[in-house]
Design a protein around this ligand. Structure first.
Ligand code: IPM
Ligand code: MG
Length: 363
Protein backbone atom coordinates (compact mmCIF):
# COMPACT_ATOMS: atom_id res chain seq x y z
CA UNK A 1 0.00 0.00 0.00
CA UNK A 2 1.02 3.58 -0.72
CA UNK A 3 0.38 5.88 2.22
CA UNK A 4 0.37 9.68 2.01
CA UNK A 5 0.88 10.93 5.53
CA UNK A 6 0.86 14.58 6.58
CA UNK A 7 3.16 15.20 9.55
CA UNK A 8 2.76 17.99 12.07
CA UNK A 9 5.76 17.72 14.35
CA UNK A 10 4.58 20.68 16.39
CA UNK A 11 6.15 22.31 19.41
CA UNK A 12 8.01 21.31 22.57
CA UNK A 13 8.70 17.59 22.60
CA UNK A 14 6.59 17.18 19.42
CA UNK A 15 9.48 16.90 16.92
CA UNK A 16 11.39 14.36 19.06
CA UNK A 17 8.46 12.03 19.62
CA UNK A 18 7.18 12.26 16.02
CA UNK A 19 10.64 11.34 14.69
CA UNK A 20 10.46 8.09 16.63
CA UNK A 21 6.93 7.34 15.43
CA UNK A 22 8.04 7.90 11.81
CA UNK A 23 10.98 5.56 12.41
CA UNK A 24 8.60 2.88 13.66
CA UNK A 25 6.20 3.46 10.75
CA UNK A 26 9.07 3.15 8.27
CA UNK A 27 10.28 -0.05 9.88
CA UNK A 28 6.74 -1.48 9.81
CA UNK A 29 6.26 -0.46 6.17
CA UNK A 30 9.56 -2.16 5.32
CA UNK A 31 8.57 -5.36 7.12
CA UNK A 32 5.18 -5.54 5.39
CA UNK A 33 6.08 -4.15 1.97
CA UNK A 34 4.29 -0.78 2.05
CA UNK A 35 5.55 2.62 1.01
CA UNK A 36 5.03 5.89 2.85
CA UNK A 37 5.50 9.46 1.70
CA UNK A 38 5.49 12.19 4.32
CA UNK A 39 4.56 15.85 3.87
CA UNK A 40 5.72 18.13 6.66
CA UNK A 41 3.02 20.58 7.78
CA UNK A 42 3.35 23.52 10.14
CA UNK A 43 0.76 24.09 12.84
CA UNK A 44 0.70 25.69 16.28
CA UNK A 45 3.65 27.69 17.57
CA UNK A 46 5.95 26.50 14.79
CA UNK A 47 3.52 27.98 12.26
CA UNK A 48 3.18 31.25 14.18
CA UNK A 49 6.97 31.66 14.04
CA UNK A 50 7.01 31.26 10.25
CA UNK A 51 3.58 32.47 9.09
CA UNK A 52 2.31 34.64 11.93
CA UNK A 53 -0.78 32.43 12.36
CA UNK A 54 -1.14 28.95 13.90
CA UNK A 55 -2.74 27.41 10.80
CA UNK A 56 -2.76 28.64 7.21
CA UNK A 57 -5.37 27.73 4.59
CA UNK A 58 -2.59 26.17 2.57
CA UNK A 59 -1.65 23.82 5.43
CA UNK A 60 -5.30 22.90 5.95
CA UNK A 61 -5.52 22.16 2.21
CA UNK A 62 -2.41 19.97 2.34
CA UNK A 63 -3.78 18.12 5.36
CA UNK A 64 -6.99 17.44 3.42
CA UNK A 65 -4.95 15.94 0.58
CA UNK A 66 -3.21 13.46 2.86
CA UNK A 67 -4.67 10.05 3.71
CA UNK A 68 -4.02 10.75 7.39
CA UNK A 69 -2.10 13.17 9.59
CA UNK A 70 0.35 12.24 12.33
CA UNK A 71 0.85 14.95 14.90
CA UNK A 72 3.14 15.54 17.87
CA UNK A 73 1.89 18.22 20.19
CA UNK A 74 1.51 21.96 20.04
CA UNK A 75 1.79 24.90 22.39
CA UNK A 76 4.38 26.35 24.73
CA UNK A 77 4.74 27.67 28.24
CA UNK A 78 1.88 30.15 28.65
CA UNK A 79 3.92 32.25 31.08
CA UNK A 80 7.09 32.66 29.05
CA UNK A 81 6.31 31.98 25.40
CA UNK A 82 5.65 35.01 23.12
CA UNK A 83 2.87 33.00 21.43
CA UNK A 84 0.68 33.72 24.46
CA UNK A 85 1.04 37.48 24.07
CA UNK A 86 -1.05 37.17 20.90
CA UNK A 87 -4.82 37.43 21.01
CA UNK A 88 -6.49 34.07 21.79
CA UNK A 89 -7.55 33.40 18.18
CA UNK A 90 -3.89 33.56 17.05
CA UNK A 91 -2.39 31.27 19.69
CA UNK A 92 -1.19 27.70 19.01
CA UNK A 93 -4.32 26.02 20.43
CA UNK A 94 -6.54 27.99 18.05
CA UNK A 95 -4.73 26.29 15.16
CA UNK A 96 -5.61 22.89 16.57
CA UNK A 97 -9.28 23.82 16.93
CA UNK A 98 -9.35 25.22 13.37
CA UNK A 99 -7.78 22.02 12.10
CA UNK A 100 -10.32 19.84 13.94
CA UNK A 101 -13.20 21.90 12.59
CA UNK A 102 -11.72 22.31 9.10
CA UNK A 103 -11.31 18.54 8.75
CA UNK A 104 -14.65 17.82 10.48
CA UNK A 105 -12.95 15.56 13.02
CA UNK A 106 -15.94 15.12 15.27
CA UNK A 107 -15.00 11.79 16.86
CA UNK A 108 -12.06 11.71 19.23
CA UNK A 109 -11.05 8.28 20.52
CA UNK A 110 -8.85 8.22 23.58
CA UNK A 111 -8.05 4.78 24.92
CA UNK A 112 -6.84 4.49 28.50
CA UNK A 113 -5.29 1.14 29.29
CA UNK A 114 -3.46 0.02 32.38
CA UNK A 115 -0.54 -2.06 31.12
CA UNK A 116 0.27 -5.10 33.25
CA UNK A 117 3.96 -4.09 33.12
CA UNK A 118 3.23 -0.57 34.37
CA UNK A 119 0.92 -1.35 37.26
CA UNK A 120 3.48 0.10 39.66
CA UNK A 121 3.08 3.50 37.99
CA UNK A 122 -0.69 3.54 38.63
CA UNK A 123 -1.42 6.04 41.40
CA UNK A 124 -4.55 4.18 42.54
CA UNK A 125 -4.69 1.81 45.51
CA UNK A 126 -3.22 -1.60 44.79
CA UNK A 127 -6.56 -3.42 45.08
CA UNK A 128 -8.03 -1.12 42.42
CA UNK A 129 -4.98 -1.29 40.14
CA UNK A 130 -4.97 -5.07 40.41
CA UNK A 131 -8.37 -5.16 38.70
CA UNK A 132 -6.77 -3.51 35.65
CA UNK A 133 -8.77 -1.45 33.18
CA UNK A 134 -9.12 -0.90 29.48
CA UNK A 135 -11.50 1.88 28.52
CA UNK A 136 -12.13 4.06 25.51
CA UNK A 137 -13.27 7.65 25.77
CA UNK A 138 -15.31 8.75 22.77
CA UNK A 139 -15.19 12.53 22.96
CA UNK A 140 -17.25 14.78 20.68
CA UNK A 141 -14.68 17.14 19.19
CA UNK A 142 -16.24 19.79 16.98
CA UNK A 143 -19.15 21.12 19.02
CA UNK A 144 -20.13 22.36 22.45
CA UNK A 145 -18.35 25.08 24.38
CA UNK A 146 -15.22 24.90 22.23
CA UNK A 147 -17.03 26.14 19.15
CA UNK A 148 -19.92 28.17 20.56
CA UNK A 149 -20.22 31.94 20.36
CA UNK A 150 -18.06 33.73 22.86
CA UNK A 151 -17.62 37.31 23.89
CA UNK A 152 -16.14 39.53 26.55
CA UNK A 153 -17.87 42.88 26.81
CA UNK A 154 -19.39 45.20 29.37
CA UNK A 155 -23.04 44.53 30.17
CA UNK A 156 -24.62 47.38 32.10
CA UNK A 157 -21.13 48.64 32.87
CA UNK A 158 -19.90 45.27 34.22
CA UNK A 159 -17.30 43.36 32.22
CA UNK A 160 -18.97 40.07 31.29
CA UNK A 161 -17.69 36.98 29.48
CA UNK A 162 -19.90 34.44 27.76
CA UNK A 163 -19.25 31.01 26.19
CA UNK A 164 -22.15 29.25 24.54
CA UNK A 165 -22.74 25.49 24.74
CA UNK A 166 -24.79 24.27 21.81
CA UNK A 167 -25.45 20.78 20.45
CA UNK A 168 -27.96 19.79 17.83
CA UNK A 169 -29.43 16.30 17.59
CA UNK A 170 -27.47 15.42 14.44
CA UNK A 171 -24.15 16.17 16.13
CA UNK A 172 -25.16 13.99 19.07
CA UNK A 173 -26.47 11.17 16.89
CA UNK A 174 -23.32 10.79 14.78
CA UNK A 175 -20.95 10.62 17.76
CA UNK A 176 -23.30 8.29 19.65
CA UNK A 177 -23.33 5.90 16.67
CA UNK A 178 -19.54 5.87 16.67
CA UNK A 179 -19.52 5.00 20.37
CA UNK A 180 -21.95 2.11 19.91
CA UNK A 181 -20.04 0.83 16.86
CA UNK A 182 -16.81 0.75 18.86
CA UNK A 183 -18.58 -0.87 21.82
CA UNK A 184 -19.76 -3.68 19.53
CA UNK A 185 -16.09 -4.51 18.86
CA UNK A 186 -15.25 -4.34 22.57
CA UNK A 187 -17.14 -5.38 25.71
CA UNK A 188 -20.50 -3.99 24.54
CA UNK A 189 -21.08 -1.35 27.17
CA UNK A 190 -21.55 2.40 26.69
CA UNK A 191 -21.54 4.86 29.56
CA UNK A 192 -22.92 8.15 28.30
CA UNK A 193 -21.70 10.99 30.47
CA UNK A 194 -23.60 14.27 30.82
CA UNK A 195 -24.91 16.84 33.28
CA UNK A 196 -28.60 16.22 32.61
CA UNK A 197 -29.58 17.34 36.10
CA UNK A 198 -28.64 20.90 35.09
CA UNK A 199 -28.05 21.42 31.36
CA UNK A 200 -30.52 21.43 28.47
CA UNK A 201 -27.79 20.32 26.09
CA UNK A 202 -27.27 17.26 28.30
CA UNK A 203 -30.97 16.44 28.38
CA UNK A 204 -31.08 16.43 24.57
CA UNK A 205 -27.84 14.40 24.59
CA UNK A 206 -29.46 11.73 26.79
CA UNK A 207 -32.61 11.55 24.66
CA UNK A 208 -30.73 11.15 21.38
CA UNK A 209 -28.29 8.61 22.84
CA UNK A 210 -31.27 6.54 23.98
CA UNK A 211 -32.72 6.65 20.48
CA UNK A 212 -29.44 5.49 18.96
CA UNK A 213 -29.20 2.69 21.55
CA UNK A 214 -32.40 1.16 20.08
CA UNK A 215 -30.36 0.12 17.05
CA UNK A 216 -27.79 -1.68 19.23
CA UNK A 217 -29.80 -4.09 21.41
CA UNK A 218 -26.65 -6.04 22.33
CA UNK A 219 -24.98 -3.01 23.87
CA UNK A 220 -25.70 -2.12 27.48
CA UNK A 221 -26.26 1.63 27.90
CA UNK A 222 -25.96 3.52 31.14
CA UNK A 223 -26.07 7.26 31.82
CA UNK A 224 -23.76 8.86 34.33
CA UNK A 225 -23.45 12.42 35.54
CA UNK A 226 -20.06 13.90 34.82
CA UNK A 227 -19.19 14.67 38.44
CA UNK A 228 -19.96 11.09 39.39
CA UNK A 229 -17.92 9.84 36.45
CA UNK A 230 -14.89 11.85 37.62
CA UNK A 231 -15.22 10.05 40.95
CA UNK A 232 -15.85 6.58 39.49
CA UNK A 233 -12.71 6.83 37.34
CA UNK A 234 -10.54 6.78 40.44
CA UNK A 235 -12.78 4.51 42.48
CA UNK A 236 -13.53 1.73 40.00
CA UNK A 237 -12.18 2.33 36.48
CA UNK A 238 -12.66 -1.35 35.58
CA UNK A 239 -16.44 -0.76 35.33
CA UNK A 240 -16.00 1.24 32.09
CA UNK A 241 -15.81 0.04 28.51
CA UNK A 242 -16.76 2.98 26.25
CA UNK A 243 -17.34 6.42 27.78
CA UNK A 244 -19.32 8.65 25.41
CA UNK A 245 -19.30 12.34 26.17
CA UNK A 246 -19.34 15.90 24.86
CA UNK A 247 -16.31 18.01 24.06
CA UNK A 248 -15.51 19.78 27.33
CA UNK A 249 -16.35 16.86 29.64
CA UNK A 250 -14.26 14.62 27.38
CA UNK A 251 -11.30 16.97 27.62
CA UNK A 252 -11.35 16.82 31.40
CA UNK A 253 -12.19 13.13 31.82
CA UNK A 254 -9.56 12.02 29.31
CA UNK A 255 -6.78 13.72 31.26
CA UNK A 256 -8.06 12.08 34.42
CA UNK A 257 -8.30 8.66 32.75
CA UNK A 258 -4.79 8.98 31.39
CA UNK A 259 -3.38 9.92 34.76
CA UNK A 260 -4.80 6.83 36.42
CA UNK A 261 -2.89 4.71 33.92
CA UNK A 262 0.30 6.12 35.41
CA UNK A 263 1.68 8.02 32.45
CA UNK A 264 0.12 10.31 29.94
CA UNK A 265 3.19 9.51 27.83
CA UNK A 266 1.63 6.14 26.99
CA UNK A 267 -1.72 7.19 25.60
CA UNK A 268 -2.61 7.45 21.95
CA UNK A 269 -5.55 9.19 20.34
CA UNK A 270 -7.37 9.34 17.04
CA UNK A 271 -9.65 12.07 15.70
CA UNK A 272 -11.88 10.89 12.90
CA UNK A 273 -14.46 12.24 10.46
CA UNK A 274 -17.01 10.42 8.29
CA UNK A 275 -14.29 9.13 5.94
CA UNK A 276 -11.17 7.05 6.53
CA UNK A 277 -9.15 10.19 7.16
CA UNK A 278 -7.90 10.75 10.68
CA UNK A 279 -5.58 12.90 12.77
CA UNK A 280 -3.47 10.88 15.17
CA UNK A 281 -1.71 12.39 18.14
CA UNK A 282 -0.58 11.52 21.65
CA UNK A 283 -2.99 12.51 24.42
CA UNK A 284 -0.26 14.37 26.27
CA UNK A 285 0.87 17.95 25.72
CA UNK A 286 4.04 19.53 24.34
CA UNK A 287 5.90 19.44 27.71
CA UNK A 288 8.12 22.47 26.94
CA UNK A 289 10.01 21.91 30.21
CA UNK A 290 11.65 18.74 28.89
CA UNK A 291 11.80 19.62 25.18
CA UNK A 292 15.13 18.95 23.49
CA UNK A 293 16.48 16.83 26.33
CA UNK A 294 15.93 13.50 24.60
CA UNK A 295 14.01 12.07 27.55
CA UNK A 296 10.37 12.36 26.41
CA UNK A 297 8.37 9.15 26.11
CA UNK A 298 7.58 8.52 22.40
CA UNK A 299 5.27 5.54 23.07
CA UNK A 300 1.98 7.50 22.92
CA UNK A 301 2.91 8.83 19.49
CA UNK A 302 4.07 5.41 18.32
CA UNK A 303 0.77 3.89 19.48
CA UNK A 304 -1.06 6.73 17.71
CA UNK A 305 0.74 5.70 14.52
CA UNK A 306 -0.55 2.15 15.14
CA UNK A 307 -4.10 3.54 15.46
CA UNK A 308 -3.53 5.31 12.14
CA UNK A 309 -2.65 2.06 10.41
CA UNK A 310 -5.73 0.41 11.89
CA UNK A 311 -8.36 3.13 11.35
CA UNK A 312 -7.20 4.99 8.24
CA UNK A 313 -5.53 2.16 6.32
CA UNK A 314 -7.27 -0.97 7.66
CA UNK A 315 -3.83 -2.48 8.36
CA UNK A 316 -4.76 -4.42 11.50
CA UNK A 317 -1.84 -6.81 11.40
CA UNK A 318 0.68 -4.02 11.04
CA UNK A 319 -0.94 -2.06 13.88
CA UNK A 320 -0.81 -5.13 16.10
CA UNK A 321 2.87 -5.62 15.25
CA UNK A 322 3.60 -2.15 16.63
CA UNK A 323 1.49 -2.74 19.74
CA UNK A 324 3.23 -6.07 20.36
CA UNK A 325 6.63 -4.43 19.96
CA UNK A 326 5.72 -1.80 22.58
CA UNK A 327 4.62 -4.51 25.00
CA UNK A 328 7.83 -6.49 24.40
CA UNK A 329 10.01 -3.48 25.14
CA UNK A 330 8.14 -2.88 28.37
CA UNK A 331 8.30 -6.55 29.30
CA UNK A 332 12.07 -6.47 28.81
CA UNK A 333 12.27 -3.69 31.37
CA UNK A 334 13.04 -0.64 29.20
CA UNK A 335 11.52 2.60 30.47
CA UNK A 336 11.67 6.31 29.75
CA UNK A 337 12.00 8.45 32.85
CA UNK A 338 8.26 9.17 33.22
CA UNK A 339 7.46 5.46 33.67
CA UNK A 340 10.71 4.46 35.36
CA UNK A 341 10.53 2.21 38.41
CA UNK A 342 13.06 0.34 40.50
CA UNK A 343 15.02 -2.41 38.79
CA UNK A 344 14.12 -1.24 35.27
CA UNK A 345 16.50 0.09 32.61
CA UNK A 346 16.14 3.79 31.89
CA UNK A 347 16.54 4.85 28.28
CA UNK A 348 15.95 8.02 26.24
CA UNK A 349 13.53 8.94 23.46
CA UNK A 350 15.66 7.72 20.55
CA UNK A 351 16.66 4.46 22.15
CA UNK A 352 13.02 3.72 22.93
CA UNK A 353 12.17 4.24 19.25
CA UNK A 354 15.10 2.07 18.14
CA UNK A 355 14.23 -0.73 20.54
CA UNK A 356 10.58 -0.75 19.44
CA UNK A 357 11.76 -0.93 15.80
CA UNK A 358 13.99 -3.87 16.62
CA UNK A 359 10.95 -5.83 17.87
CA UNK A 360 8.82 -5.24 14.79
CA UNK A 361 8.40 -8.41 12.84
CA UNK A 362 5.78 -10.14 10.73
CA UNK A 363 3.94 -12.92 12.45
C1 IPM B 1 -6.66 18.19 24.19
C2 IPM B 1 -6.09 19.53 24.54
C3 IPM B 1 -6.78 20.59 23.68
C4 IPM B 1 -8.26 20.52 24.01
C5 IPM B 1 -6.22 22.01 23.86
C6 IPM B 1 -4.75 22.06 23.53
C7 IPM B 1 -6.98 23.02 23.06
O1 IPM B 1 -6.22 19.79 25.90
O2 IPM B 1 -6.52 17.77 23.02
O3 IPM B 1 -7.22 17.54 25.08
O4 IPM B 1 -8.71 21.11 24.99
O5 IPM B 1 -8.99 19.86 23.27
MG1 MG C 1 -7.01 18.16 27.00
Amino acid sequence: MDMKIGVIKGDGIGPEIVDEAMKVLDRTAEAYGHSISYTQLLMGGASIDVNGVPLTDETLGQAKKSDAVLMGSIGGDAKTSPWYKLEPSKRPEAGLLQLRKGLNLFANLRPAVLYEELKDACPLKKEIADQGFDLMIMRELTGGLYFGKRSTEPVDGVMTARDELTYNENEIRRIAKRAFDIAMKRRKKVTSVDKANVLDSSRLWRKVVEEVAQDYPEVELEHMLVDNCAMQLVKDPAQFDVILTENMFGDILSDEASMVTGSIGMLASASLNETKFGLYEPSGGSAPDIAGKGIANPIATILSAAMMLRFSFDLDEEASAIERAVESVLRDGYRTIDIMSEGMKQIGTKEMGDRICSYISRQ
